[in-house]
Design a protein around this ligand. Structure first.
Ligand SMILES: *Cc1c(COP(=O)(O)O)cnc(C)c1O
Length: 375
């Protein structure tokens, strides 16, 4: 059996190696390394795939979030609501722009931002909500959009972990996540569901005016060459990464299916086990399983990880510390105990290997090792 990894980028690459190698060499030989045709083509293909009017490629997912907030002209002191249980980047850009991150708790069974908690956190200074489609399943966008409409707020979807995920509205229609709110942001970090071989990111919107502002913000605030209408940043997706992403985008749905196969295997193995709770599936979204995250009940997590490690089974904790207890985000408004669900999750979650290349042998070994410890 091949060594088990959280993410197996090498095996995935080997299956598309010829195509990738040729595409990369083609860019090198073209010398169009920045803003070359590959970037434009990828942008168009992603727009088609997502069913969104505008894709603005950029350098990474964190930049995507920052550019989104800059293009919305949010001002220092404006409040932006986001989940306490997320990757730091979401809150980081809010703080970096001197906006005020307002953290709220999440639902225990889905890890998603708590809608009532959002409503309670809204003040006259609130300007935007940033839901995170954590681990690959959509937050309740219909409810979030409704709250946002009522209070005239922007919605910036952090889609870094859920590209390709379909949201199902109450009327049965579906839409890709990241295209429902005012702006969607994603990351092409190598381990993400659609990953390149370096850094990359993109921003989505259906709003023509906003698309222009986003494009300009990502390019030094430039409206025409050497004409700068706003303060911007320099954030580009390079042509080599775009060429790789064009190929991988064609495989994204197959990759999601592979992730779901692994998730189904895990679900079956741990169904109704008193010591682990499998990830809940919701009716408003399919799942693209960026992570497969269990909640442990009465299990010593460190001991379990050490046991698994001995068996050659890696496992990770996403995320071990709530944002409000991180040194950089401590705030007199927040103290331990304020976000009990996030605090409980940070202490009880464990993520198993989740990727496109897991074999039946590997899955059997992972589940039997975990069950051996639990039983
Ligand atoms: C990965 C990630 C980001 C940041 O993406 P980078 O490309 O690493 O900057 C932002 N938000 C979430 C939820 C992520 O998982």
């Amino acid at each position: 059996m091949k060594k088990i990894q959280m993410v197996d980028l090498k095996s995935q690459y080997e299956k598309i190696q010829e195509e990738i190698d040729a595409a990369v060499l083609n860019v090198i030989r073209s010398t169009q390394y920045i803003n070359g045709p590959e970037v434009k083509n990828f942008q168009k293909e992603l727009e088609n795939y997502l069913g969104v009017k505008h894709v603005i490629p950029c350098a990474n997912g964190t930049d995507a979030l920052q550019i989104a907030m800059m293009a919305l002209d949010l001002q220092p002191g404006d409040e932006v609501i986001t989940a306490d249980f997320t990757y730091v980047a979401t809150a980081e850009v809010i703080a970096l722009l001197k906006l005020k991150p307002v953290l709220v708790d999440v639902y225990e069974d889905t890890f998603d931002i708590d809608i009532e908690a959002i409503e309670r956190a809204i003040t006259p200074k609130t300007k935007a909500i940033v839901p995170v489609h954590l681990f690959g399943q959509a937050a309740n966008m219909e409810a979030i959009t409704e709250v946002a409409r009522k209070h005239n707020l922007h919605v910036i979807e952090d889609t870094a972990q859920a590209i390709g995920c379909d949201y199902t509205f109450k009327d049965g229609s579906t839409q890709k996540v990241g295209t429902i709110g005012t702006i969607g942001c994603t990351s092409f970090f190598p381990s993400k569901n659609l990953g390149c071989y370096g850094d990359g990111g993109a921003i989505f919107t259906n709003d023509d005016d906003l698309a222009l502002k986003l494009k300009q913000t990502a390019n030094h605030g430039q409206s025409r060459q050497y004409i700068h209408d706003r303060v911007g940043v320099n954030s580009r997706l390079d042509s080599i990464q775009a060429a790789i992403l064009r190929i991988k985008l064609r495989h994204l749905d197959t990759y999601s299916a592979e992730r779901n196969k692994a998730a189904d295997f895990y679900d079956n193995a741990f169904a109704n086990h008193p010591k682990v709770k499998t990830p809940k599936r919701v009716s408003h979204s399919n799942h693209v399983f960026h992570q497969y995250t269990l909640q442990l009940n009465g299990v010593n997590r460190d001991e379990l990880r050490a046991f698994l490690s001995e068996k050659g089974v890696p496992a990770m904790i996403y995320y071990p510390i709530p944002l409000h207890l991180q040194e950089a985000y401590t705030d007199p408004r927040y103290k331990e105990g304020d976000f009990p669900v996030t605090e409980k999750l940070c202490a009880s979650v464990i993520s198993l290997p989740m990727q496109t290349e897991l074999t039946q042998d590997q899955l059997k070994h992972i589940t039997s090792s975990l069950l051996e410890y639990l039983n």
